[in-house]
Write a protein that binds this ligand. Structure first.
Ligand code: GCW
Length: 694
């Protein structure tokens, strides 16, 4: 097999339908409900002339007109029953006049109230934001309320985001590199057309911004963390600024990934030592130049001292010193630094005492730095200690850097979870991560509370996701991967949301309220992560995938140093008797993982080297369970296919066909994994599969 088939990368027959994402605004099917809605949404009133006010006005007008099947007019002030009034006290006298200031202040600038009220004697619906972004999020929430066909008669909705930075990380390059224009991107090329900007501003940027605002994403790092200096080169800043102008109208701040050695590469300086005054001056000047083009620029994302990226370690400076220098230069402009903890390998040789086991190294570098980062630095840690696997334990840094703004990075693009070939809805995985109890301050010390900042009282909270978007007309390569983008935004806004409700929302907005469709597609989404785990890396087996760009296929022999398979057993001994990784967790968690009997079975082979003949709780031996898992995973894909086929005639033919094709691709992938891994482990262990398992 040589990578995804042509069908796997084509836009598919339903391209234009998929392009509309979850913002389809198709007429409410029930005529009675549509009539009722029309009486509650008769005109749109948005005061002010700011970019966000214009966006809100456009979205409400287009959304209501689409959903109600009539042209809903825009008015300067409520002139009839059923006006929809949107704004915030600072920009809308109508909203300011309601006296909701104290309530709104409590919700913060991104919070909102949607409430039935009376203005000028008319019954109206008010969408009031604490600030303009809050009003914008309220407008999208109101439209989602209609898209979900909920009752409009007496509205009382209050909401606010649990995390204040909700950011996409685009691993987009300035020019083609070994990973093409988008590293680990499986949806075509980069969205940012650098050769056309700033003169030509593709309308697609606005649709990108709308889609993000509709799910509360308020930040976009537009370039790869393996950074290129072109993104901060003076002649290119007008191009970057043109994107920022589009994003601003949807409450999205633009950030840039920067190379730590930019002062040398761009500035011609001798070195990039953060303690060197000329380096500090260079960054201050460059940052001032960026803000000259982008007044609300968000700040920098940095991947330092890893995979060939330069960093402060080469000057004998810690990552805290390295980050704080940039943070100091950004502070006068209100900018922040997001500093990644993803470090491993040779760059760490400069620090003594780093363990051999790669998964221990990030913790060993960052744990000692707790409390040393400036207040406008957010340390950005991947959800797990290795690298976005289909299953990993939670990164032990969560809960153990109480004096640091500690954000989380998850991967929406499916580098290790099927590329654009397999459906793997990751929201259940992310939910498990947010729900994990670090026990750092006793029971209830969940990753959610660490990231939100509520456990340790931090004002800066970050949820970052490596984006899965590209130029494919369906945005995400696999059309159903749109649900990963959607779900990321919803969990970044509130990580206590239930996966089922997110799947239900997305399905109704993207497809229909047909009960068969809603039940069918939510079931397919909810089952897909474990199915992918079953046929690729069961029981915490890490890792099996090849090194290639798409990481779709197993390379069991090549990956033996990772998964630890021998003639007698498989898995990595990370207990106290092995690499000792387990003791990077607080004692009660470490004890649970350290003991073969209490270690959660889904992480068994991550923490333990287990004999093939070991008996699991199910009564099966380990090896027979693995054989059964690979077979079960293939059957699981068959279940997805059957569930999708059952929707024929209930989903438009074009989009139905696109997904059917993808699922067939996925079946071939799963069968390849099954056959390769069963063959590998049969030979390795010398233990044949028990016949009735076939
Ligand atoms: O595992 C690696 C990925 C790289 C990525 C790196 C990172 C952007 O394979 O493609 O580089 O993680 O997270 O920085």
């Amino acid at each position: 097999m040589n990578g995804p088939s042509d069908a796997a990368v084509s836009a598919g027959t339903g391209a234009e339908e998929w392009y509309r994402l979850w913002l389809r605004y198709v007429p409410v099917s029930d005529a009675g409900l549509r009539e009722a809605y029309r009486s509650h949404a008769a005109e749109v009133v948005v005061e002010g002339s700011t970019p966000i006010a214009a966006s809100m006005r456009d979205e409400l007008r287009a959304g209501l007109s689409g959903l109600l099947g009539v042209e809903v007019p825009v008015s300067a002030e409520p002139g009839r029953a059923g006006a929809v009034v949107a704004g915030c006290p600072a920009t809308s006298p109508l909203v300011a006049g309601l006296g909701w200031g104290d309530e709104l202040a409590k919700l913060g600038p991104e919070g909102f109230i949607i409430r039935s009220a009376r203005i000028n004697g008319h019954p109206v619906t008010v969408i009031a934001g604490g600030g303009e972004r809050g009003a914008l999020y309220g407008a999208f929430r109101y439209l989602r309320h209609l898209q979900l066909q909920d009752d409009l008669s007496s509205l009382e909705i209050k909401d606010q985001p649990r995390n204040n930075l909700r950011v996409l990380n685009h691993w987009d390059n300035w020019h083609p590199t070994r990973h093409d224009m988008v590293e680990r991107g499986y949806a075509g090329s980069t969205l940012w057309q650098w050769d056309e900007l700033p003169d030509t501003v593709d309308p697609r940027y606005r649709d990108y911004a709308r889609a993000n605002a509709s799910i509360g994403i308020n930040g976009s790092v537009i370039n790869n963390v393996s950074a290129h200096v072109e993104f901060i080169q003076s002649e290119n800043l007008p191009k970057i600024a043109a994107l920022a102008d589009v994003f601003r109208a949807y409450g999205i701040r633009l950030y840039l990934s920067v190379r730590y050695d930019s002062p040398m590469v761009l500035g011609g300086l001798e070195k990039s030592d953060p303690l060197d005054p000329s380096v500090q001056a260079w960054w201050r000047e460059k940052i001032a130049e960026i803000y000259g083009h982008i007044p609300d620029f968000g700040g920098f994302l940095v991947k330092g001292d890893c995979e060939g990226q330069p960093g402060p370690l080469s000057y004998g400076r810690s990552h805290a010193v390295g980050a704080n220098m940039l943070a100091d230069a950004l502070r006068p402009h209100g900018g922040i630094v997001m500093w990644r903890t993803f470090v491993y390998g040779k760059e760490l040789d400069r620090i003594g005492g780093i363990s051999e086991d790669r998964v221990k190294q990030g913790f060993e570098v960052f744990y000692p730095l707790d409390g040393e980062f400036a207040d406008n630095v957010v340390v950005q840690a991947k959800n797990g200690p290795l690298d976005f696997q289909v299953r990993e334990p939670v990164n032990p840094l969560f809960g153990q850097m109480p004096n640091t703004n500690l954000g989380i990075e998850v991967q929406i693009t499916q580098e290790y979870t099927g590329g654009n070939v397999a459906l793997c809805w990751l929201i259940p995985q992310w939910k498990e991560i947010f729900d994990f109890d670090t026990l750092a301050k006793g029971p209830g010390s969940t990753v959610r509370k660490v990231v939100e900042g509520s456990l340790d009282g931090h004002p800066l909270s970050l949820v970052a996701g490596v984006a899965n978007t590209g130029t494919d007309r369906n945005w995400t390569g696999h059309p159903l991967a749109q649900a990963n983008w959607y779900g990321f935004g919803r969990l970044a806004w509130d990580s206590s949301l239930e996966p089922h409700s997110i799947a239900d929302e997305w399905t109704r907005m993207t497809f229909s309220h047909d009960d068969k469709v809603v039940r069918g597609i939510t079931g397919i989404l909810l089952g897909s992560w474990r199915t992918y785990e079953q046929f690729t890396q069961p029981l915490g087996l890490n890792l099996m995938v090849e090194r290639a760009r798409c990481r779709l296929y197993p390379e069991p022999v090549f990956r033996e140093p990772f998964h630890g398979a021998t003639e007698t057993g498989v898995g990595r001994d990370r207990t106290r008797g092995g690499t000792g990784y387990v003791d990077q967790y607080p004692p009660p968690v470490a004890d649970r993982f350290n003991d073969l009997d209490t270690c959660p079975e889904e992480l068994l082979l991550w923490f333990h080297h287990v004999p093939y003949t070991h008996t699991l709780k199910s009564g099966e031996t380990l090896i027979q369970h693995m054989y059964a898992s690979y077979r079960g995973g293939v059957r699981g894909v068959g279940v997805l296919i059957a569930a999708w086929d059952a929707l024929q005639g209930h989903v438009d033919a074009q989009r139905h066909d696109d997904v059917r094709q993808k699922l067939q691709e996925q079946l071939k992938l799963a069968e390849h994994w099954r056959d390769t891994c069963i063959c590998y482990f049969s030979e390795k262990s010398g233990i044949p599969e028990i016949a009735d398992e076939q």
